[in-house]
Structure formats: structure tokens, C-alpha cells
Design a binder for this molecule. Structure first.
Ligand SMILES: Nc1ncnc2c1ncn2[C@@H]1O[C@H](COP(=O)(O)OP(=O)(O)O)[C@@H](O)[C@H]1O
Ligand code: SF4
Ligand SMILES: [Mg+2]
Length: 354
């Protein structure tokens, strides 16, 4: 594994403590706006091990991109952060620009949302590989050598390096961006909705590519999607976000096999189930809350078919319901009953306030 191996253990006297590659603790992010501001992330704690995979899933506007940008300190200046983000044990918030440059691209690469449109239209792919390389002091000859190898690896003809972005299909541009993200052989890839907007076949190819790249490079993946099915295919662990908070988290098999938060139960039902193709996909009525407005104690209460008066009065903490599996619902202990009730016709049809 050589150069891909993270120095992920630090010595504490005679004790050795394992350090997560990415560790987020009690992170809150607020955007200053002309109004009262937007609480995009609210008290989120997550971890990703070296070589591991974590899927962030949730509907549009729940804070996924904000969290992804924060991991590499790429947020706009109007974002205010509280809490900590550590990369390989180092506090990202406290880093000087020079230290950040050592990490961005080199150790942690970011594939932005709508990456297919992120390439500079007036430059060839080769020029864009070289510009990225030059910004991190890699020589053009080395950049060319790596670019050709990476293009082959993502199953694109290296001759396409001479082409301009508009000459490639959306799927090809996505592959080229992924190849560029791997230029410095990072340990972490943060990929924001890389399958969104692609047709089903290209989505499948992208998922397969990311899965293979992870395996062969021991690449950790923070994968963001609104599509729980895609996350299920790629990620060992999952965190379900709603209104900037973690509703449920754990091993993907546990969270999707035994969802214990009504939002996860509803989200799961809103996508087709390959194990039960006859089951119709039923969407959750209503919309996520606007984060510029005050929320109910449980932000999902206005859409939750199981809501009770306590849900709007007391914020449900994220508590463990099994080893490594936690949910933020007052009634997570009754999850089995909620899962069976979830099949009742009409249950998800109407928004209701508690
Ligand atoms: N630069 C910004 N200024 C103000 N509000 C923002 C900004 N970027 C995002 N938001 C708001 O933060 C919330 C979370 O957005 P985002 O992280 O993009 O969610 P997602 O990626 O899950 O769709 C949304 O309410 C969005 O409108
Ligand atoms: S705390 Fe109440 S409103 Fe929130 S998800 Fe659980 S049952 Fe629904
Ligand atoms: Mg987003």
C-alpha cells in the first residue's frame, strides 16, 4: 500500500491511540445573511477512518454541501463555524494557508457538486491538469505522465486531454474530474453528488469506478447524495441528515436494514427497493424546513406520521440504539413498530403537525 497508508496512529506515552482520518465534532455552521442567518449545520459529529467510506444522505437543502465544503475549509466567508474538524489529527480550522495547501488536493481532494460543469470551458483538459499540478508545484512533464495514466484508469482515451470540456459528454467530464482529483494520490476523496444529473447507465459506471478506485488505492470516501440507493451501494457507513442535523447514523447495513428514525424509514420507502421490486416508491409529503426559520424541537415533526406533542417541545438527542447505530428520535425504541406501520396505505401522504 506504501504511499497511500495514513500515519493514523499516534503514540501517547505507552498508549497508542487510533486517529480517524476525518473527525468532525459538534460542528455547527451558520451563514450570515441579510436576515436572521441560516443554520445550515447544527451540532454534527462524524468520523471517517482511513480507507473507509461514509455516505451523507438527505434531501436538497439539508446541509450536505456545506458539510463537505467545511471539511476542506472551502466555505465562503459569510459562513461561521463552531466545533472542530480534524484531518489526520490536525485541526483544519486552526491551519495556516500553507498547511491547508499541503492537505487540499494532495491528501484530500474535492469533487464539487455539478462537477461536470466545473471545468474551465476555454481550456483543454491537459491545460487544466497542468494548472492544478502547477498550483501544487508539480512539473508539467510529471503532470502529463500522471494525467495520461489517470485518464486510462478512468477509462478515457488520453487523446481526450487535448479536447475542451464541451467536446465531452457529462459522464466523460465527470470521469475527467475524478481523474484530476486523483492527481496527487489523495487519501480522502470528498465527492458531492457525483451521480446526480447523470443517466442511469452513467450513474452505474460512476459508482463502479469509485468503488474500484477506493479498493485499489485505499481511498477514503466521503460521498454525498440525495439518493439513498446509491449511498447503499458505495458506503460502509451512512449518516442521514435533515435540517443540518444527523437523524440517524451507523453501518449502512444496519441503518437501511433496520431504519430506526421515521425520516430514514420514509426516505428508504421513497426509493425503489431492489429486494422488493413490487413495493411502490412512496415519497414523504411536504418539504424540508427552510433553515432560515425557527425549527420544531424535532425538525422532522411537521412531516412525521409518528409525531407526538413531545416532539415539538423537546429536541430528541442522537442516542445509541445498538452498537455503532444511533438515531435522534424520541421513539427510536419503538422502531420495529414504526417500520411495520410504515407500509400502511396513505401514511406518508399528508403533512401533519404534532
Ligand atoms: N452561501 C450561502 N449563504 C447563505 N445560505 C446558504 C449558502 N450556501 C448554502 N446556504 C443555505 O444553507 C442550507 C444548506 O445548503 P446546502 O449545504 O447547499 O444543502 P444541500 O447540499 O444538502 O442541498 C440551505 O438552506 C441553503 O440555502
Ligand atoms: S422525534 Fe417525534 S417527530 Fe421526530 S422523528 Fe421521532 S416521532 Fe417523528
Ligand atoms: Mg448540495
Amino acid at each position: 500500500m506504501g504511499r497511500f497508508t495514513l500515519q493514523s496512529r499516534i503514540d501517547c506515552g505507552d498508549r497508542t491511540t487510533s486517529v480517524a482520518l476525518l473527525e468532525i465534532r459538534e460542528l455547527s455552521i451558520r451563514y450570515r445573511t441579510a436576515g436572521a442567518g441560516v443554520q445550515a449545520i447544527d451540532g454534527v459529529s462524524l468520523e471517517l477512518e482511513a480507507g473507509g467510506s461514509l455516505g451523507l444522505v438527505g434531501e436538497s437543502g439539508c446541509g450536505k454541501s456545506t458539510l463537505a465544503l467545511a471539511t476542506l475549509r472551502l466555505l465562503p466567508p459569510q459562513a461561521e463555524l463552531a466545533g472542530t474538524i480534524r484531518f489526520a489529527g490536525q485541526d483544519v480550522g486552526g491551519m495556516k494557508e500553507r498547511q491547508l495547501r499541503q492537505i487540499r488536493w494532495r491528501r484530500a481532494a474535492y469533487v464539487p457538486q455539478s462537477a461536470q460543469n466545473a471545468l474551465v470551458p476555454v481550456h483543454s483538459l491537459r491545460a487544466q491538469f497542468r494548472a492544478t499540478a502547477a498550483a501544487h508545484r508539480m512539473r508539467a512533464t510529471e503532470a502529463d505522465r500522471r494525467a495520461a495514466a489517470l485518464m486510462r484508469r478512468v477509462e478515457l482515451d488520453p487523446a481526450l486531454l487535448e479536447r475542451f470540456p464541451h467536446e465531452l459528454s457529462g459522464g466523460m467530464r465527470q470521469r475527467a474530474i475524478i481523474a484530476m482529483a486523483l492527481l496527487f494520490e489523495p487519501e480522502l476523496l470528498v465527492a458531492d453528488e457525483p451521480t446526480t444529473g447523470l443517466d442511469v447507465i452513467v450513474q452505474r459506471q460512476t459508482v463502479n469506478l469509485l468503488r474500484d478506485l477506493r479498493a485499489e488505492r485505499n481511498l477514503a470516501l466521503l460521498f454525498i447524495s440525495h439518493d439513498i440507493g446509491v449511498v447503499a451501494e458505495l458506503c460502509e457507513r451512512i449518516a442521514v441528515l435533515y435540517a443540518g442535523r444527523v437523524m440517524e447514523t451507523g453501518a449502512t447495513a444496519d441503518v437501511l436494514g433496520s431504519p430506526s428514525h421515521p425520516y430514514t424509514i420514509g426516505l428508504r420507502r421513497s426509493f425503489p427497493d431492489i429486494r422488493d421490486p413490487e413495493r411502490p416508491a412512496v415519497s414523504i409529503a411536504g418539504h424540508p424546513p427552510r433553515l432560515a426559520e425557527a425549527l420544531a424541537a424535532c425538525p422532522f415533526a411537521p412531516r412525521c406520521p409518528f409525531a407526538q406533542p413531545v416532539c415539538v417541545a423537546v429536541q430528541p438527542p442522537l442516542v445509541a440504539i445498538a452498537e455503532g447505530h444511533a438515531a435522534a428520535c424520541h421513539f427510536a425504541g419503538d422502531a420495529a413498530a414504526m417500520r411495520s406501520a410504515a407500509n400502511r396505505p396513505g401514511l406518508w401522504d399528508g403533512a401533519r403537525a404534532a
